[in-house]
Design a protein around this ligand. Sequence first.
Ligand code: GLU
Length: 400
Amino acid sequence: MEILSNRILNMAESETLAMTAKARELKAQGKDVISLSIGEPDFNTPDAVKEAAKKAIDDNFTHYPPVPGYPDLREAICTKFKRDNNLDFKPEQIVVSTGAKQSIYQLVQCLVNPGDEVIIPTPFWVSYKEIVRVAEGKCVYVKTKIENDFKVTPQQLEEAITPRTKLIMFSSPSNPTGMLYTKDELKAIADVVAKHDNIFIMADEIYEHINFVGKHESIAQFENVRDRVITVNGVAKGFAMTGWRIGFIAAPTVIAKACNKLQGQVTSATCSIAQKATVCAMLMDPATSPDIINMRNIFQKRRDMVYKLLCDIPGVKVRLPQGAFYFFPEVSSYYGKSYGEYKINNSTDLAMYLLNEANVATVMGSAFGDDNCIRLSYATSEELLVEALRRIKEALLKLQ
Ligand code: GLU
């Protein structure tokens, strides 16, 4: 008899984390690997946030917090939604979890029955698919085009909807493409969803503050879908707080209550110290906070630099991302080519070739549902980015 459940046997490993682990392993063996695999800001958490955490320890916030999060944190999150997104939420609509990943996992568990269809525009963030599969939902992939900045059109969405559709999941700014939906585009999506009963929208806004084109737009702003949107956010990316593991949802109360019930059986609540630190982060206004503005400016400078370097590689098709810190270039013109013992037939072959031959860790596009591309994270220093892109170009040009 199999030791492990079918559930876990059938689940794919997180490719973003797997590629990062491989890069770490090679580095530990003494190889000079540059990692462009994980999406993690290379900045430190703002000092004020760190001070708030130290104070939380001294003030003995070391006991179990309430399952959905401390009341002052949920209030601060409501303040954030009002200030940044002009959205009105009550604390009972907020559930704070151990990272946005757990928030998404819980809400899918709470919404999706076996056989329910979940529409996932492709490319998508790596974990959406496995989270839906664990809930025995059926992923319905809608392939977007690089020419349309990898954004789903209302027509495509309409065609994908069936009586079994329960949920639509997307991120904006997007991981892995770095593209943003405009207000008009979100409105058009909302109008399609509003025509159908019982379809919910999971809007993953974790990259909200890493936006190079202006105001962030939330789909929850539209009246006709407001009670069907679950907005997911957190502090990992915008506040350089990946290790603190804080994510949250703002949801219709019935869904927030369900997530709270599930969380009560799974983690009880998330870390008390990290919660108190997050109160401080939520009360920082990203429009005026030097820490946040500085990070965004540096990301933008790197984006511009990497864009030029990528455009300079023959056979690589690339769009200028508008947010987050990823490029998702199309590299399929190299498929069918070889160098020495390496034969490149897909994005996994290419990512492994770049790792082993060029000592640069990327993530294969197949992990995000698009095998023509690879993902590069530019959340690393300019110096390393220049060297990584030089190595990538050299390795690609060797392929014949
Ligand atoms: N969200 C980040 C990424 O896509 C962190 C790793 C992960 O959780 O997948 O790289």
